[in-house]
Design a protein around this ligand. Structure first.
Ligand SMILES: Nc1nc2c(c(=O)[nH]1)N=C([C@H](O)[C@H](O)COP(=O)(O)OP(=O)(O)OP(=O)(O)O)CN2
Ligand SMILES: [Zn+2]
Length: 125
């Protein structure tokens, strides 16, 4: 099995209900996202998938979050925009962009809310 990781970042605002009182106030973070894709078989070129393609697809997803008020996005209509649900959203959105026959899957997404706090999501397979 091979696993690749690409990294991206976004800035956004959110409010979190039912976590701690201070989190209910409107505030923002500079999130860091690490997306992992995995697969068994390399292409003839010796790569699992070109990093450039993965970065471009992740970039489009990050654009949907960057400089947004996350609570207002349809993706978080039913869920607090926590680092956990952001990681799940990114994993699901990337999985939708994988084309048949590409032979990869999203193995993990890390979402760092600060330098010392990170949520990891492993999509079910
Ligand atoms: N499991 C999670 N816990 C918390 C999340 C989360 O997404 N998942 N998010 C928050 C809030 O976003 C909050 O803004 C972060 O607050 P806090 O962890 O207190 O961060 P600080 O930068 O204020 O760090 P301190 O160490 O408390 O100064 C909360 N929890
Ligand atoms: Zn926060």
């Amino acid at each position: 099995m091979y696993e690749l990781k690409v990294v991206n970042r976004f800035a956004a605002a959110h409010q979190l209900k039912m976590v701690t009182e201070k989190c209910e106030n409107l505030h923002g973070h500079n999130w860091k996202v690490e997306l992992f894709v995995a697969g068994e078989k390399l292409q003839d070129s010796g790569v699992l998938m070109d990093f450039g393609i993965i970065k471009k697809r992740l970039g489009a997803i990050i654009d949907s979050l960057d400089h947004k008020f996350l609570n207002e996005l349809p993706a978080f209509a039913d869920a607090n925009p926590s680092s956990e649900t952001i990681a799940r959203y990114i994993a699901d959105a990337f999985t939708e962009r994988i084309e048949p026959g590409e032979g990869i899957f999203v193995s993990r997404v890390h979402v760092w809310e600060s330098d010392d706090a990170c949520a990891a999501y492993w999509p079910p397979r």
